[in-house]
Design a protein around this ligand. Structure first.
Ligand code: GAR
Length: 203
């Protein structure tokens, strides 16, 4: 039988990806438990989702810290208190700094609404529309020191339709995000992945 791994989820907003993770865990699809949800934004809707599922929901407001390092040290403290083994960034809109990386590199993943390495950073869906690509999508990747640059675990392609705007395209990408994020977490929770340089391979 697989060991259950402890997941900590970092959010900044509505938390629909958090919900997809919670649902997959509750269905028994992933051998894991969401042990804590941390938001840098006190108004993040995802905090309520966590509470509904009796998951500790912690606000660590970056604006209350003098710099990124002290802010991230507080996050690490809370993750360690809850014995987190895998950190999932789910709509976490802060750039990860050296403290979080030092503690969780190789154990921290992110979801991004484009087919990386295309369109990293903010407003990935608008970037894709403005560029005129015909296919975009979603990516789950390990977090490294760059912005959305780490080794890629799962991707899903989403064709762009003639009439798409940012809202309609974001909604179709989000459907794929909710599928591939639990898939990626399952692969890690079942200890099926290894990182070789830029590549993520099955063991
Ligand atoms: C998602 O589309 C996620 O991919 C994106 O923010 C949204 C969060 O939605 N993340 C980024 O753009 C990170 N660069 P959610 O709060 O409903 O999961």
């Amino acid at each position: 039988m697989n060991k259950m791994i402890n997941i900590g989820v970092l959010i900044s907003g509505r938390g629909s990806n958090l919900q997809a993770i919670i649902d997959a865990v509750e269905k028994g699809t992933i051998p894991a438990k969401v042990v804590v949800v941390i938001s840098n934004d006190p108004s993040a809707g995802g905090l309520e989702r966590a509470k509904k599922h009796n998951i500790p929901a912690v606000v660590i407001d970056n604006r209350n810290f003098k710099d990124k390092n002290t802010y991230e040290l507080e996050i690490v403290k809370v993750l360690q208190q809850h014995k987190v083994e895998l950190v999932c960034l789910a709509g976490y809109m802060r750039i990860v700094g050296p403290i979080l990386l030092e503690h969780y590199e190789g154990k921290m993943i992110n979801i991004h609404p484009s087919l990386l390495p295309s369109f990293p950073g903010l407003h990935a869906q608008k970037q894709a529309l403005d560029h005129g690509v015909l296919i975009t999508g979603a990516t789950v990747h390990f977090v490294d020191s760059g912005c959305d640059t780490g080794p890629i675990i799962v991707q899903s392609a989403v064709p762009i339709k003639e009439k798409d705007d940012e809202e309609t395209l974001s909604a179709r990408i989000l459907e794929q995000e909710h599928i591939i994020y639990p898939q990626a977490i399952k692969l890690i929770a079942e200890d099926k992945l290894k990182i070789e340089g830029r590549k993520v391979k099955l063991k």
